[in-house]
Design a protein around this ligand. Structure first.
Ligand SMILES: [Zn+2]
Length: 281
């Protein structure tokens, strides 16, 4: 077996016919997943990814599929596609927004699938206190877990950017520590266990946050930094991810190739980082 040099980590938010920011259409998502399956890609479990980071071999065309927040549309549209093609992903849940009640129908289970709001409407519905129209329920989480389409991990309990609140630093650190504990308690209560994998709200972290996450039991910390490579022996506290665009498989294949190539990847990442720094001037 040829072993992977680098494992690209894909980041999605919404898969929904309600077009908008951070959204992949169900049609493009199916093209991407079908393309990955056809091209022989391996969608790793987080356990396999952790093994890779520690130096265990994984097949050459390996990648990790991740989703942030826990939107209802992931259950309605992404779950049946992953099931159809036998690939699996991970969802980082905002545990305090996941609801109760029976599972709703997902795509392919008849005409009565729930509406899935676009990102802006989702934000206003959440602000208005209606998470059940936007986010998945624990029963749906359980159903996807049993089906083997998704694993579930922590993305804090409330998704609050405590670093942006007008509070003293020690209170900020106390709040983030509480977020770790609350999300761990919710995952343990509903799923029976909690993993070492954690994703930062809006990608923000600093040295204190990383230290506290480690103390809370999180070892693999997922960022929104796209321009770096996840290599064997790399730092598990800085997992790089790139956002998947609302495009077909050809785009995704090229982006995954760029992310993981031993020579072109670092050049591409340096060029993108330079461009970003230049634009910021
Ligand atoms: Zn998020």
């Amino acid at each position: 077996m040829n072993r992977a040099y680098c494992v690209p980590v894909l980041m999605y938010h919404h898969v929904s016919p309600s077009a908008g920011m951070l959204t992949t259409s169900p049609r493009n998502f199916e093209r991407q997943i079908a393309g990955l399956a056809r091209a022989g890609y391996h969608a790793l479990t987080t356990g396999e990814f952790a093994g890779f980071m520690a130096g265990e071999p994984v097949p050459e065309k390996s990648l990790l599929i991740t989703f942030d927040d826990g939107y209802l549309d992931n259950y309605v549209y992404a779950h049946p596609v992953l099931q159809r093609y036998g690939l699996r992903g991970s969802i980082f849940l905002i545990t305090g927004l996941i609801g109760d009640g029976p599972p709703r129908p997902f795509d392919g289970q008849g005409p009565a699938v729930p509406d899935t709001p676009d990102h802006l409407l989702a934000k206003s519905l959440l602000a208005a206190g209606s998470p059940d129209r936007v986010m998945m329920r624990w029963s749906e989480v359980q159903l996807m877990r049993d089906a083997g389409t998704f694993e579930f991990h922590s993305h804090t309990h409330t998704h609050t950017r405590w670093d942006l609140q007008d509070i003293p630093r020690d209170q900020c650190l106390m709040h983030i520590t509480q977020e770790f504990a609350q999300s761990r308690a919710a995952l343990t209560r509903h799923l029976g266990s909690v993993s070492e994998h954690f994703c930062w709200p809006q990608g923000y972290f600093d040295a204190d946050f990383v230290r506290l996450a480690g103390q809370a039991g999180f070892k693999y910390l997922y960022t929104t930094i796209a321009h770096g490579q996840n290599l064997a022996g790399g730092d598990p506290a800085c997992v790089y991810r790139f956002a998947v665009r609302n495009r077909g498989f050809a785009w995704l294949r090229q982006r995954a190739w760029l992310a993981s190539h031993p020579f072109v990847g670092p050049l591409y990442n340096r060029w993108k980082s330079w461009k970003r720094a230049y634009r910021a001037k």
